[in-house]
Design a protein around this ligand. Structure first.
Ligand SMILES: *[C@@H]1O[C@H](CO)[C@@H](O)[C@H](O)[C@H]1NC(C)=O
Ligand SMILES: *[C@@H]1O[C@H](CO)[C@@H](O)[C@H](O)[C@H]1NC(C)=O
Length: 303
C-alpha cells in the first residue's frame, strides 16, 4: 500500500514536465511513467491477492509430565465413584502404547471422561452413553466432544437368558465376526452412526451403562459389542498385520461383568486385573468357520 500515495503525488508533476521537454526526454519520461504504472498495478494486484495460508500449527502432545499430573489429580479428587490409581494407570499405559494417537471408544460418561479426552489428545475419542442429556451437556462445554446416546434394550435381570440365547445363536446372528451394523443379535449395538463401525479401535473401555440392579441395562451388550468389534474390525487397519484391540472392563468384581467378559472376551485374552478393572487383548479373527469366541471352550455347553 505504501507505493500508492507516492504515485498520486508524482503523476501530475511528471505530465507537466513532459509538455515542455524534448522528444528524447519525453521518451525517457514515458518509459518512467509506464514503469510506474506497471509497478502500481503490480502492487495493486499483489495487495488484492488472498493472504497466504497461515503456517501449519505444530500439534500439541501432552508430555509425560502433563499426563502424570492429570492422572494424579484424577486419582485424588474427592468423589466416591472414581477409578483407583492402578486402574487409571493401566488404561493410560495402553493409550501411551498406541501412539500415534489412538482410536479410543468409551462406554459410559464418568468422572474420568475429561481425563480420557486429554490423555488421547489428537486422537479419536468417542463416548457412548444411555443418557442423551448428559452427552448434550458435554457437547455444550466442549465443541469437539464426540458422544452418542445408546438405547439399551437389555436388563441385568435377563442376563442369564441372554447368555443362553447367544450360545444358541453363535453360528448365526451372534457370531464372533460380523458387521454389527446389520446384526440382529439382541446383544449387538447396531444403531450407532454408521461411520463408527468402520473404525478400527485401539482401546475400548467399558464403564457403562448402569448395572447395579436387575432393572438396569447392564454391560452385557457393551461387552458383546466390544468383543465383536475387536475380532471383526472395519477396513481401516493402520498396518497389514493382524490388529488387536485392548478392551478394559470396569467393575469386574460384579457377576454380569465377569460372566459376560469370560464368555465373549475370554480368559485366555485376559492380561491383567488391576483392582476392579480387567484388561483383555482381543485379536482380529478370520471369518472362517470359527463360531466360538473363546479357545478350548465349547460355547454351546451351558454352565
Ligand atoms: C471430601 O468429601 C467429603 C464429603 O463427601 C468431605 O467430608 C471431605 O471433607 C472432603 N475432603 C476434601 C479434602 O475435600
Ligand atoms: C459445563 O460448564 C458448566 C459451567 O462452567 C459447569 O457447571 C458444568 O458442570 C459443565 N458440565 C460438564 C458436563 O462439563
Amino acid at each position: 500500500m505504501k507505493s500508492t500515495p507516492k504515485l498520486i503525488v508524482f503523476h501530475p508533476s511528471l505530465y507537466k514536465q513532459s509538455s515542455s521537454t524534448s522528444p528524447s526526454h519525453r521518451l525517457w519520461l514515458f518509459t518512467f511513467v509506464t514503469l510506474f504504472t506497471f509497478t502500481f498495478f503490480l502492487t495493486l494486484f499483489k495487495n488484492t491477492s488472498p493472504p497466504p495460508p497461515p503456517p501449519p500449527t505444530t500439534e500439541y502432545h501432552p508430555s509425560d509430565a502433563v499426563s502424570s499430573a492429570l492422572l494424579h489429580y484424577a486419582s485424588i479428587s474427592n468423589t466416591s465413584d472414581k477409578m483407583t490409581s492402578a486402574e487409571l494407570n493401566a488404561i493410560a499405559t495402553s493409550l501411551h502404547r498406541c501412539s500415534p494417537p489412538c482410536n479410543f471408544l468409551i462406554f459410559g460418561l464418568t468422572h474420568e471422561t475429561l481425563l480420557w479426552r486429554a490423555l488421547n489428545h489428537g486422537g479419536r475419542t468417542v463416548f457412548l452413553d444411555e443418557n442423551e442429556y448428559k452427552i448434550s451437556k458435554f457437547e455444550q462445554n466442549f465443541t469437539d466432544f464426540e458422544g452418542y446416546d445408546v438405547q439399551y434394550t437389555t436388563k441385568v435381570g435377563k442376563s442369564a437368558e441372554l447368555i443362553d440365547y447367544a450360545r444358541v445363536h453363535r453360528k448365526d446372528e451372534c457370531r464372533p465376526v460380523q458387521n454389527l451394523l446389520f446384526s440382529d443379535c439382541k446383544l449387538a449395538i447396531n444403531d450407532l452412526p454408521n461411520h463408527l463401525y468402520e473404525i478400527s479401535w485401539d482401546v475400548i473401555l467399558i464403564d457403562g451403562p448402569r448395572g447395579y440392579s436387575a432393572k438396569m441395562p447392564g454391560r452385557m451388550a457393551a461387552i458383546f459389542t466390544a468383543a465383536v468389534m475387536g475380532r471383526s474390525h472395519g477396513g481401516e487397519t493402520k498396518s497389514g498385520k493382524r490388529k488387536s484391540t485392548e478392551v478394559f472392563v470396569h467393575d469386574y468384581g460384579r457377576e454380569v461383568e465377569r460372566v459376560f467378559s469370560e464368555e465373549f472376551l475370554c480368559k485366555e485374552n485376559l492380561v491383567e486385573v488391576k483392582d476392579s478393572l480387567a484388561h483383555f487383548v482381543v485379536k482380529e479373527t478370520n471369518k472362517g468357520d470359527n463360531f466360538d469366541f473363546c479357545i478350548g471352550k465349547s460355547s454351546s455347553n451351558s454352565s
